[in-house]
Design a protein around this ligand. Structure first.
Ligand code: UD1
Ligand code: CA
Length: 458
């Protein structure tokens, strides 16, 4: 069996954060999730995550995932280090398993790379294979030390390296493949006699070499995959690369991104071909967007389903559905559970919440539609308010097909307007309106002659 162990117990002090490092997000997804997903999508059959610092928070975030968590004891008096972390999972693999070690703070590693790496390890019959890379600036990473025959003899950490060793540009990515039995034995030999007083996983290599075990080095071409996140600066670098990766894939699928650098699309989003997205869009979560849509400005769409040929301008859409050929915005807000039909229009400064809004219906300006069912071909005038809340309870209103709600009307729920009901502008409607009726609720207009003259106002 192939088992992965993902190290995620460290505090990540350089992040200067109350959030554990591996829960910091890259395009809406905690970095640990990218590592878990690459692992699950590769040939790995079992995923084990080592947690310690703020363990509960991490477990909570991944409660729906099939992962076995192992807790590393934390505290001043407890040992520390990557070797000690891996020891916590010693009962999660067997002698003849292949164990792959990953880091929760190295989020860009891809499943294809892991599979290639695992194949190399197994075909070469290595006891341990190290994923390495040549870096122009290797500072901070452990260095791969080779003998005169280019055989790997050890890994030396930055803080323990001699001046000569610091010149080595080949680094340890922190990703390893091990023969399960050899790993178990070597972990037992670890000592903390190093600059940081930690149990280094990297010291396992020395032990294996002493025991004449074969060590492989798998050098990575795309070095960006092994970038580690230790600071907010690193986080932004990884986020930029992830964004580029996601956006490239979306463009390959036939979507135009006018300015990919300024378009933020999460990995879970699906977009169909010939949709055009202008700069500033943020598209998140479980969102699907159909064909031929145009999305402009600082639009944010979260967990929503958008049909075909929809135009959206500078709008926030949350947990909602929008039908085909509908136009939304500028500056509209669809709050959760709004279901807007086909050929509809939701215009400037219109807010919709928990409502159905039928095919061909329009609310072009400055309206609030809350907890209501609007039928087909309904016209909602400027400034209409669906008064849905009496301070204690919410009520629904129902406006049937082909009705017309004049500007600035208040519809005080619960109210039903039957088909072809007409509401006069400025009315406050508290009673149901029958099919084909005009409902007008206003006081009679009075014009007073000579009033200004009488008041000496001229
Ligand atoms: C480690 C490697 C270094 C490598 C680098 C790659 C060691 C000793 N050094 O250094 O050779 O070049 O990664 O990024 O292995 N962790 C635990 N428990 C602990 C300590 C750490 O789970 O007690 C986890 C951390 O949460 C992190 C990972 O292990 O996800 C790596 O730890 P970190 O402290 O970042 O190691 P580096 O100093 O980067
Ligand atoms: Ca690190």
């Amino acid at each position: 069996m192939k088992v992965s162990i993902i190290l995620a117990a460290g505090e990540g002090t350089r992040m200067k954060s109350k959030t554990p490092k591996v829960l910091h997000e890259i395009l809406g997804v905690p970095m640990l999730e990218y590592v878990v997903n690459s692992s699950k999508n590769s040939d790995v059959e079992k995923v084990c995550v080592i947690i310690g610092h703020k363990a509960e928070k991490i477990k909570e975030k991944f409660s729906n995932e099939e992962i076995s968590f192992r807790e590393q004891p934390m505290g001043e008096d407890k040992p520390y280090g990557t070797g000690y972390a891996v020891k916590q999972a010693i009962n999660d693999f067997e002698d003849d398993d292949t164990v792959i070690i990953l880091n929760g703070d190295t989020p860009l590693i891809r499943e294809q790379t892991l599979n290639g790496f695992l194949q190399f390890h197994e075909q070469g019959n290595f006891s341990c294979t190290i994923l390495t890379a040549d870096l122009d600036n290797p500072t901070g990473y452990g260095r791969i030390v080779r003998d005169d025959n280019a055989k790997i003899v050890k890994i030396v950490e930055q803080k323990d390296a001699s001046e000569k060793e610091k010149l080595i540009r080949e680094i340890n990515s922190g990703i390893f493949a091990f023969n399960g039995g050899d790993l178990k034995n070597a972990l037992g030999e670890l000592k903390s006699d190093n600059a940081q007083g930690e149990l280094y996983l990297t010291d396992v290599i020395k032990t294996l070499v002493l025991n004449n075990r074969k060590i492989g080095g798998f050098k990575l071409r795309d070095k960006r995959e092994i970038l580690g996140v230790n600071s907010r600066d690193d986080l932004s670098v990884c986020a930029e690369i992830m964004k580029e990766r996601i956006n490239k894939k979306i463009m390959v699928d036939g979507v135009t991104l006018v300015d990919p650098k300024n378009t933020y699309i999460e990995t879970s989003v699906k977009i169909s071909q010939d949709t055009i997205i202008y700069p500033g869009a943020v598209i998140q979560g479980n969102t699907t967007i159909g064909e031929g849509c145009k999305i402009y400005g600082t639009t944010r769409i979260v967990d929503s389903k958008i049909g075909d040929n929809v135009t959206i301008d500078n709008t926030l859409i949350e947990e909602s559905i929008v039908g085909d050929n509908t136009k939304i915005g500028p500056y509209a807000h669809l709050r959760p559970n709004s279901n807007v039909g086909n050929d509809a229009k939701i215009g400037n400064f219109v807010e919709i919440k928990n409502s159905n809004f039928g095919d061909g219906s329009k609310a072009s300006h400055l309206a609030y539609v809350g907890d209501s069912d609007i039928g087909k071909n309904v016209n909602i005038g400027c400034g209409v308010v669906f008064v849905n809340y009496d301070g204690k309870n919410k009520f629904r209103s129902n406006i049937k097909d082909n009705s017309f709600i004049g500007s600035n009307a208040n519809i005080v729920a619960p109210v039903e307007v039957e088909e072809y009901g007409y509401i006069a502008a400025g009315s406050t409607i508290t009673k149901d309106v029958k099919e084909g009726q005009l409902s007008i609720e206003r006081s009679v207009q009075k014009n007073v002659d000579g009033w200004v003259e009488k008041k000496n106002l001229k």
